[in-house]
Structures are given as C-alpha cells and as structure tokens.
Design a protein around this ligand. Structure first.
Ligand code: ADP
Ligand code: SF4
Length: 691
C-alpha cells in the first residue's frame, strides 16, 4: 500500500460536466438491482450510501417503476407510483449526498415485461403481444390515449424523482425490459400509426419522453439516457452498426449523458465464464463518435489500467460499474489512495444477480457485507476491534477459513491458520481450474494477500490437524472450516437413499475430476454425468470432459441442464455450449441401475426405463461435510476448558455445504461475532416500519 495515487490513474479522478452538474470523478455506479428495492428502503439507502462513501462519483438506484401498469412483483425494484413513494427514495438520496456524490434514478415502464401480478393492471405494449415471461397473460397494444397517459406518468415520475432529491434522471430503453425499447424494436412494434413502421416513427415516443423528462426536471437536474446498442441476435434485434447507431445519431445531443450497454440482461451481465473485462467495448465504442455528450459504459472493469485505457482511447467518459461496485464498494477510493492491490475484484459469478432473480437482498461471493449494511450494520471496510483481543486457530484454508482469518485479524485477533494440503483456497482453487472459472481464484488471492500483509498472522500449509493437536495448542477460539466432499453414492434430490453401484471403481465424483482433471477417467468409453445438483458443476464437468475428447452425455432429473443457472443468467449459454460441444442431454431421468457398460435410466414421471451406454459415471448430486475433526472435538468437550479453549465453531461447507458466497459469509460472520454468546438476529424492516 502506498497511500498515494499512481499518476497514470489521475484521469479517472477528473471532474466531468453533465448538463448543469459536475461529477467529482469518472466512477459511475450504473443502475443495478439489489433485491432490496421498495420493500427494504433502509437497506437500499445504506447500501447506496456506502457506495458514495467508497468514492463512486455517481450512484444510481435500481430501475424504478413509474406506474402500477409496470409492476414486476415479486421482483423488488424501486417504485415511484405516487407521492407516497418519495420518502423511501429520499432516504437513498440523503445517504448518497452525505458523501458528496450525485444520486441518479432510472425510471422505467416495463411494458410487455411486466405481468402486473400485484396491481392486476392489464400490461401495456406497442402492439398486442404475449408477455416475455411465462405468465399466461397478454399485453394490450396501446392506443394514442394510452401513449398520452404513459407520457404523463413518466413526467410525473420525473418530477417526483426531483422532489426525492435525485440529481440525474434517466429515461431508459434497455434490457428488453422497457416500453421505450419495445417501441424502438420492429419485432415488438407492429404499429401502423405515427409510432410504428419506419425508424423515425419507432423513435418518436423515445424522443418525446426524453423531451418531456427534460421539461419535468428543469434546469437543476441532469438528464441521462440509457440505451442498449446491441442485442446479440443479429438483424432481428438492435445492432451497434445498424439501427442502434441511427437511433443514437438521431437523438445525439438531446440528453446530457448517454449510458450505453448490451441487451438483454444476460448479455449485459455476462459472467466471467463467457466474457472478459471490457467485453462490451466493441459494441459501445462508436457512441462517442456520434454525440458530443459524455458516455458511460460497463464491462466488469476492475483494473484501473483497463479503465484508463477505456477513457484515453476515447471510448468512454465514465467507467460504469454494477458488479465491480458490489464486490468492492471502495474500488474508487482504493485507486485514489494508490491501494490498487487491495481491490476486491469481482469474479464475475453473478451470485449477486441470483439475489434479485429470487427476489431477496443480493449476496456477493467476494463481499460478504453486501445486503447486510443496514440490517446487520456491516461495513465493507471496517470491523471494530475486539476490546480484549484474543487468539484464534482456524483450521482449513478454503474460502470460509481464509475469510474467517482475514476478518479475525481485522478485529486485532492473533490468527493461526492451518491447512492440510499444500495449497491455499480449498474448493475455490480446485474450481478455478474448470473452463472459464480462472477469475474465481480471486476469492483466495485477495484474502491471502491481505493475510500475508498483516502482523500476528501465522499461516501453515501441509498441516492436517487432529483434535489432539487442537487441544494441545490450547488457542482460545477455534474455528473449523474443513469443507465438504462430493458424495459417491448418488444421494441428492431424487435419490434420497444411497444407490447400489456394482462396480464403484467406475463411479467418480466432481472431487475426482477437480483433483485429476480428465485423466481421472480410467476406462475408455462413454462418460455419463448424472447431474442432480442442478447448478454449474455438472455442466462444467461435461464441458471439460467433452473438450478433452470424451464422449459425454449429461443425465438430469431436471427439465434442462443446470436449471439454477437461470438465476445467474448463464442458462442459455451453458445449454448452447454443451450442444455445440456435442454433449448428449437426457433430461427428466433418474438412475434405475448401473450395469456393465450401460446405465439404465427411469423417467421421473412414468418410471419407464431406457438404457444409455456408460463406461464411467460421474455422480454430481450433493456433498457431505468433512466434519470428522469437529466430531472428535465434540466428544472431548469436557477437555476444552482445561485446554484453554473458549469457543469451538464450524463454518462454511463443514457446517453445511453450499455456495462459495455462503462459505465466505459464514467465515465473516464468525469473526464478527466471535466474542458474543450467539449470533445476533438481523434487523427486519417489515417490523421496523410498524414500530
Ligand atoms: P469452505 O468452502 O467451507 O471454505 P473448502 O472445502 O473449500 O471449504 O476448504 C476446506 C479446507 O480445509 C480444504 O482446503 C482442506 O484441505 C482443509 N482441511 C480439511 N481438514 C483439515 C484438517 N483436519 N486440518 C487442516 N485443514 C483441513
Ligand atoms: Fe461479482 Fe460475483 Fe460479487 Fe456479483 S456476486 S459482484 S459477480 S463477485
């Protein structure tokens, strides 16, 4: 840590004029969902306030529904349906202004993306259309009275946004989730009046709403326009070198700032498995050449050199970020202080996105404090020291153990961390070797870097500890983070009892593949992956083995491969990749029995059986905690006090196998609460609102 900014990064800290306002730097936290929305306004406000504290010059809300005809319940976005919504948003702007940043709000009408399950309003669209979700609901094609009404709702929402204290107000046409974009797109807009047909007509409503918004917000707020410049679907959608360019040219200088990206959300928020830092540049780079207004763009930027390049090359004026600001809300101030190595870089896993997609406050693999800022009072950079620091012994150097050690040291505890193997990182190191997951090693690297730079920290590899060792050391607080192992017996969601495999040597688990790669397969012939885990592991092993030349099929009781990856926006890409690699896919089947060279499968609905060739079975079902050390210590509980032990706890996968994000949070929570008899309950906003 140098404490002084690298002069090469100075350009990132230049103020930029946008309309009547000036930003304090070029860091722009673009609108992103948090799952906190209108139902958790204090959580939302604290979350955004911390971003401002961390140095983001502009901090935006998530998309904000302007009217009950744009109701995407049960999703939990922001709302400005009426004046009653203003106080909740005032909390947000106050929190942002407290740290000298500008507050931005993205107004949205979701058009044919909103089923209006709560409001029960009939959805609206440019033309009669079925919704883009699974609800058996159609949207009504808007007539001119509807268009007039929509413009008035947008104007009213813009006025309310100004009253709530926002500095920058967005008109939004992106992600295939916005009525304004639906009007732009020929595939959604089949109108024959002045709002449909030619591009000039399809742009009309967008232009009118931009002008309306300008009028509504007056001359003290800036007007931002967020627009998708490519949908990655060829001529059926917007393309950066075709209509999208024409639209931006036509509206070039109407807004004060352009915020441009890819559409839909799965293209915009691609995971690291499918894209690299700066992946949007080739689509958005043209925008600055057709407008005189500043341009914001995203691309999972986490390294200041890439950010500087994007500015210096004339591609962007602002570094837009959602995920990098979640993984490290203090990213700008770390660059400003010259503490670049301390940036907790986003790994591009989209666990944050899964929070919004499952309608709960988001969590983050890298940043365990996200979503906990208000309800647990967790700050991403500060953990109060213990009044009387004590020593701790953490056993297991995976994500849970590393985070526990790092956070305990931040509390001024003397830390001893023991890891049985010869490498740090546990499962995260192993999984980072799977195709496209190299960035996941950042979970290990950031924590290890921190630990290696802290005093009173002892790190031991090749140190498998026993209960006897732990009692001999007599260190006050013991934290067991020994992880978990994949089951070999097929037990998972459909098979709740162990399966009888006649030749266990032909049954592998993900651990075998993670440790040895494709060479774990000893038998020639087809490999069947039985995936009842249903997230990323089965699909990734299929990809790895297919790339290594194996004949691979994936069998799953689910209807598709890796269905939970819908929540991380990866599902379609995973499916496409496996099909392209020639992986056979057998959905809706469980295992009937394994024979010599074949696997008999049973349909989950009818029980009807079929047979697939199978020389090796990789069983991806569930995991069991590696908790032998814990059990041994529990049987010697009466010796703890004499040995000097004050607390012994399990964390992470050793307590219950789960996401890496859960393991990291569990390590963090252990360190935060090590001095308390039990973990405090988080605050609840629903109750707080009534009291
Ligand atoms: P988590 O996700 O909970 O951090 P991991 O499986 O990633 O779990 O990491 C657990 C780590 O604990 C592994 O690296 C493993 O080698 C280590 N470990 C397991 N048993 C012991 C032990 N008895 N002593 C020290 N380290 C252990
Ligand atoms: Fe990045 Fe993953 Fe955190 Fe999201 S959850 S911000 S993708 S590290």
């Amino acid at each position: 840590m140098t404490g002084q900014r690298d002069s090469r990064h100075d350009v990132l800290f230049e103020p930029v004029r946008i309309g009547p306002l000036t930003t304090r730097n070029r860091f722009w936290q673009v609108p992103h969902c948090t799952g906190m929305g209108y139902r958790h306004p204090r959580s939302e406000a604290r979350h955004r306030g911390i971003k401002a504290e961390g140095g983001w010059g502009v901090v935006s809300t998530q998309e904000t529904e302007i009217h009950p005809t744009s109701d995407i319940t049960p999703a939990n976005e922001a709302r400005l349906w009426s004046d009653a919504d203003i106080p909740a948003l005032r909390l947000v702007t106050d929190a942002i202004h407290e740290h000298g940043s500008l507050a931005a709000i993205q107004l949205v009408h979701n058009g044919l993306h909103s089923a209006n399950r709560y409001s029960r309003a009939i959805p609206l669209a440019p033309s009669h259309a079925v919704l883009d979700c699974d609800d058996p609901v159609q949207a009504r094609g808007m007539d001119t009275a509807d268009i007039r009404a929509f413009r008035e709702w947008h104007r009213a929402a813009a006025r309310r946004a100004r009253e709530a204290g926002f500095d920058i107000i967005y008109a939004y046409a992106g992600h295939d989730m916005s009525l304004l974009q639906h009007f732009l797109l020929a595939r959604h807009n089949h109108r024959t009046d002045e709002y449909g047909g030619s591009l000039v007509n399809r742009i009309r409503l967008f232009r009118e709403v931009i002008e309306d918004t300008r009028e509504a917000i007056g001359d003290t707020c800036a007007l931002a326009v967020r627009m998708a410049v490519d949908e990655l679907m060829g001529p059926d959608g917007l393309q950066h070198d075709a209509e999208a360019r024409d639209i931006i040219e036509a509206l070039a200088d109407l807004p004060d700032v352009w915020d441009v990206n890819l559409s839909g959300w799965s293209n915009d928020s691609q995971t690291a498995r499918f894209s690299d830092e700066g992946f949007q540049e080739k689509y958005t780079a043209f925008v600055k050449s057709v407008t005189s207004k500043p341009v914001v763009g995203v691309g999972r930027y986490t390294t200041p050199d890439a950010m500087v390049r994007a500015i210096r090359s004339g591609h962007l004026d602002f570094i837009g970020a959602a995920r990098p600001s979640i993984a490290d809300p203090f990213l700008p101030s770390k660059i400003e202080r010259g503490e670049v190595d301390d940036i907790r870089e986003c790994i591009g896993c989209n666990i944050c996105v899964s929070g919004d997609n499952t309608c709960v406050p988001m969590r983050c693999t890298q940043n365990p404090t996200i979503g906990e800022e208000w309800r647990r009072g967790w700050h991403p950079e500060i953990i109060p020291s213990l009044e009387t620091p004590e020593s701790c012994l953490i056993i297991g150097g995976g994500p849970a153990g590393l985070e526990a050690a790092r956070a305990a040291r931040q509390r001024a505890m003397d830390v001893t961390l023991a890891e049985a193997s010869s490498i740090w990182g546990g499962r995260v190191t192993r999984e980072a070797g799977l195709p496209g997951l190299a960035t996941w090693a950042r979970v290990r690297d950031w924590r290890l870097w921190r630990l290696q730079n802290m005093p009173n920290t002892e790190l031991y590899l090749k140190s498998p500890l026993t209960a006897e060792d732990v009692l001999d050391y007599g260190i006050a607080h013991v934290c067991i983070a020994t992880g978990a192992k994949w089951r070999r017996d097929g037990v998972g969601r459909v098979h709740r009892r162990p399966l009888d495999f006649p030749d266990p040597d032909r049954v592998l688990t993900p651990d075998d593949i993670l440790l040895h790669g494709p060479s774990a397969i000893k038998t020639s012939g087809p490999v069947v992956i039985f995936d009842d885990d249903r997230f990323y592991m089965g699909g990734l092993i299929a990809e790895q083995l297919a790339r290594a030349g194996h004949d691979v099929a994936i069998v799953t009781p689910a209807a598709t491969v890796s269905p939970w990856s819908e929540h991380t926006l990866e599902h379609d890409r995973i499916q496409r990749r496996l099909i392209e690699l020639g992986v056979g896919i057998v959905p809706l089947h469980q295992i009937d029995r394994m024979d010599d060279g074949t696997l008999s499968l049973a349909c989950i609905y009818t029980g009807r059986t079929r047979t697939v060739p199978c020389a090796t079975l990789v069983s991806v079902t569930s995991r069991l905690p590696d908790d032998g050390l814990w059990s041994d210590l529990v049987t010697r509980r009466e010796d703890w006090a004499d040995a000097g032990l004050k607390s012994v706890n399990r964390i992470g996968d050793c307590l219950a196998p789960g996401l890496i994000a859960v393991a990291v949070q569990s390590g963090h929570a252990w360190a935060r609460h090590v001095d308390l008899p039990e973990e405090p309950l988080p605050l609840r906003e629903d109750i707080a609102a009534l009291s």
